[in-house]
Design a binder for this molecule. Structure first.
Ligand code: BG6
Length: 471
């Protein structure tokens, strides 16, 4: 079988500023919440910026971007998704005027991409709320964030007009439920937040996102703006209708964010829940009208599926990406316990496309694994990551089936952490996703030298054959 993808399919890779740039306080940048999370999500954040935080240094993309983008070009990338660090552009977040040095850094990154005909795709906010906004305003819990965010986005939309066409307003909005600090910059500990707080926070993000969609279209009608969710296939653990309904509820928790931003209004299940909990959103007619500026596409990350049971205590816990469920006995897991499920990606593509009938974009997918750097190269590669090749190969075949057999409109695919970077959840370097190995260890040591992995050559072949070489 030949797995040939549509002619204009956008193949590429993805990173986030806080996980790769380093240079956390250079050229006027101030700290973001990530600079206070030395252990990722596994422990509480710290009030001061701890020196041992790997995210402060990342892989020093800030000074290596030319070399790195050249490597992406060698693989034949058509698109490169990266985020802009808000705290480089508005260091505190609530200033009136942007930091020119921050903007000029991204001028260079974008121009470097365009030099190789790589389409830049910008995530406006990827888990990196400026710390000042988090501390002073409690992040997105505050209505004032809308104004700060729209001002920031407007600067980007004007500055990169004609150069950037693909925009994502927020990374994985649905992470708000479980990780309000990372997802929405809320400094108050999650144990002290009520359902009302969380719904109100989501509402502020919805309004901000919709305003930016409107603005983006006004500034340049060729702009395409997507919202993004953490994509999870939730399977009922058994055919017991109790488990099926529990899985449906879990779907609602995740899809709520896409439902509002893709359809332009609150879904009935959420309105009913708010009523049950006596939640009253502080909003206005005008704000609800703004929601009608719906997104052009839905983007999502996909790493794993999980099982849901009404009584989870009956089963072994399944670990996952910012979420938990119960283990699926039919699936193998990654070294970090994430269930490997290529068909889950096809399932999700179908689910989302049927629900919204708008283009989809897979903006993250990949395997976090411990790689071993070899001293001598074999055919130019220094890491034999056949396990990653297998993972990606199997997932991409399911993407092809979704497109060619099921008729899903999928614009492209950006493999996560196309160059090794610091893990979001654990702040480790040793959880690697890249086609390019970066010599940096968990203790911060290493030369930062870049080495090609076996998957580098594999992905290059897949892109140049437009999928034909998938096996
Ligand atoms: C996604 C995030 O949830 O998963 C990324 O958008 C993150 O920022 C990725 O890096 C993989 O997770 P982790 O914890 O392995 O880095």
């Amino acid at each position: 079988m030949d797995y040939i993808f549509p002619k204009n399919f956008l193949w590429g890779g993805a990173v986030a500023a806080n996980q790769c740039e380093g240079a956390w306080n250079e050229d006027g940048k101030l700290d973001s919440i990530q600079d206070h999370m030395p252990f990722g999500i596994v422990k509480e954040p710290t009030e001061n910026v701890p020196k041992e935080n790997l995210k402060l240094k990342g892989i020093d993309f800030y000074h290596h971007y030319k070399e790195d983008i050249a490597l992406f070009a060698q693989m034949g990338f058509k698109i490169f998704r990266f985020s802009i660090a808000w705290s480089r552009i508005f260091p505190r977040g609530d200033e009136e005027f942007p930091n020119e040095k921050g903007l000029s850094f991204y001028d260079q990154v974008i121009d470097e991409c365009l030099k190789y005909n790589i389409e830049p795709m910008v995530t406006i906010s990827h888990y990196e709320t400026p710390f000042y906004l988090s501390k002073k305003y409690d992040g997105w819990k505050s209505h004032e964030m809308i104004e700060f965010y729209v001002r920031y986005a407007k600067v980007l939309l004007n500055r990169y007009k004609g150069k950037v066409r693909y925009w994502i307003t927020f990374n994985e909005m649905n992470s708000l439920w479980n990780f309000p600090l990372m997802g929405a910059g809320i400094w108050t500990p999650s144990s002290q937040l009520s359902k009302q707080d969380l719904y109100q926070t989501a509402h502020h993000e919805f309004i901000a996102s919709s305003k930016v969609v409107k603005l983006a279209h006004e500034i340049d009608p060729s702009n395409k703006v997507g919202c993004m969710i953490l994509g999870l296939a939730n399977y009922p653990r058994t055919a017991n209708p109790d488990d099926v309904m529990a899985a449906l509820n879990e779907d609602h928790r995740g899809l709520f964010f896409a439902d509002v931003l893709m359809r332009g209004y609150y879904p009935s299940y959420a309105l009913k829940e708010m009523k049950r909990y006596k939640i009253e959103l502080k909003t206005s007619k005008e704000e609800l009208e703004t929601l009608k500026n719906t997104c052009d596409f839905l983007s999502f990350s996909y790493y794993m599926s999980k099982c849901i049971a009404k009584d989870a205590s009956l089963y072994e816990e399944g670990k996952g990406n910012l979420t938990t469920g119960v283990k699926n006995p039919y699936l193998k897991e990654s070294e970090w316990g994430w269930a490997i499920d290529p068909q889950g990606l096809r399932y999700l593509l179908n689910t989302y496309y049927e629900r919204y009938q708008k283009p989809l974009f897979i903006v993250e997918n990949g395997l976090g694994a411990k790689d071993v750097l070899m001293e001598e190269s074999v055919n130019g590669w220094y890491v034999d990551d056949i396990y990653r090749i297998n993972y990606l190969n199997d997932h991409l075949k399911e993407v092809w089936k979704a497109i060619e057999i099921d008729g899903v409109d999928c614009l492209g695919y950006t493999a996560w952490g196309c160059i090794d970077l610091v893990s979001a959840s654990t702040a480790q370097m040793s959880k690697r996703y890249g086609f390019i190995y970066v010599d940096r260890n968990d203790d911060g040591s290493g030369t930062l030298k870049r080495y090609k992995k076996r998957s580098f050559f594999w992905y290059k072949d897949i892109i140049s054959s437009n999928g034909k070489l998938l096996k």
